[in-house]
Design a protein around this ligand. Structure first.
Ligand SMILES: NC(=O)c1ccc[n+]([C@@H]2O[C@H](COP(=O)([O-])OP(=O)(O)OC[C@H]3O[C@@H](n4cnc5c(N)ncnc54)[C@H](O)[C@@H]3O)[C@@H](O)[C@H]2O)c1
Length: 334
């Protein structure tokens, strides 16, 4: 099978490309990536040089670029290309509307006209915040709270419309938060590992009591492998786990693992529109594919921290001018 992975130089994309190259050598993998600030081509350099992966520099919002990439005999597109950082979506929503909505529409049209299957990555954030005991199923109303989650919800609706109207062979996955190697250090886990390793303070939004559900990228990749082999056309699936943890608990665990003092924890003004809790019911995917996450929270966090500690140069490489400027703006006053 010939698979085109958009956003294959980002966090989940890099993990998935490595996983599939290792475990499914019979697939031919092409990575299609614009290489925004969040995309790092060197993540997959070895696989490109060994000719196990073909790289195409391109933008999913450009129909001509998508079209020529698909003309190389692609059977399936896995869409991981997106603008993904909620804080940035509050500052620069237009970038999110462009890639996460318009870009997805371009992919849908290009896939449909060639009868190519599309496996699209959505997010648990499309449901908005859950009340204490509530766990969202795939039938729950979408009530996104940020420009990021609103753009992801819009894409889901467009894709389901393309499935109903044009028979687009599309499946949508809504994963919870992932942790693992190669995540750009603006996101909480690599950001805090990076800062704590340098003895710098770390910002916790509001009271830190927000709850998130976590998955290790290895579990995510294993789920994707199952989905690729048996795509359910028109199917929407939550991808979830039992690893529900308050942000402050996560931060305290990171502080302890990095042998730092809790004095480095700084409570800052809450993010506008910050959801208190994400909780999704993942039983539909588990029943369909017999998939279960293998990593509990502590095991996943330890494995993640170990990777960043073993790869300090990867984090250092991301200390670009743009990143330093972003950190100064966001955390300069801590
Ligand atoms: N990371 C998570 O925990 C998580 C959780 C739920 C859902 N998701 C979803 O999974 C997908 C991947 O997330 P991620 O964390 O790997 O993101 P990321 O920000 O790490 O990577 C995004 C990648 O997309 C590329 N890209 C951006 N705009 C592009 C464009 N116009 N054309 C081509 N490439 C472009 C970037 O260069 C980068 O390589 C996203 O759709 C995200 O919403 C992620």
């Amino acid at each position: 099978m010939n698979i085109l992975i958009t956003g294959g130089c980002g966090f989940l994309g890099t993990n998935l490309v490595h996983f599939l190259a290792e475990n499914r050598p019979e697939y031919h993998l092409t990575v299609f990536d614009l290489l925004t600030y969040a995309g790092t081509k060197s993540n997959i350099k070895r696989l490109i040089s060994e000719k196990r992966v073909t790289f195409v520099h391109g933008d999913i919002c450009e129909p001509g670029q998508v079209s020529s990439a698909l003309d190389s005999g692609i059977d399936m597109v896995i869409n991981l290309a997106a603008e993904t950082h909620v804080d940035r979506s509050i500052m620069y929503p237009a970038d999110f509307i462009r890639t996460n909505i318009y870009g997805v529409q371009v992919l849908a049209e290009q896939c449909r006209s060639r009868s190519i299957s599309l496996l699209h990555m959505s997010t648990d954030e499309v449901y908005g915040s859950s009340d204490d005991d509530e766990s969202f199923t795939e039938e729950t109303l979408l009530q996104p709270s940020s420009p990021y989650s609103a753009s992801k919800a819009a894409a889901d609706l467009l894709l389901m419309a393309a499935h109903k109207t044009h028979g687009l062979d599309v499946m949508i996955i809504r994963p919870v938060n992932n942790m693992g190697p190669y995540q750009y250090p603006e996101k909480i886990i690599p950001l805090f590992i990076d800062r704590l390793s340098m003895g710098l303070p770390v910002p916790v939004y509001g009271d830190g009591m927000q709850i998130r559900t976590w998955l290790h990228t290895e579990d995510f990749c294993y789920a994707m492998e199952l989905a690729i082999d048996n795509l359910v056309a028109g199917g929407i699936f939550n991808l979830s786990s039992k690893n529900e943890v308050r942000n402050i608990e996560l931060v305290k665990k990171l502080v302890a693992m990095l042998e730092q003092s809790e004095d480095l924890i700084r409570f800052v003004d809450d993010r506008p529109g910050h959801d208190r809790k994400y909780s999704t019911d993942g039983s539909k995917f588990m029943n369909q594919y017999g998939w279960m996450p293998r990593f509990d929270f502590d095991k996943a966090l330890k494995k993640t921290v170990d990777w960043y500690r073993a790869n300090p140069d990867w984090l250092k490489k991301h200390h670009t001018k743009e990143f330093e400027e972003y950190c100064r703006k966001q955390y300069g006053s801590l």
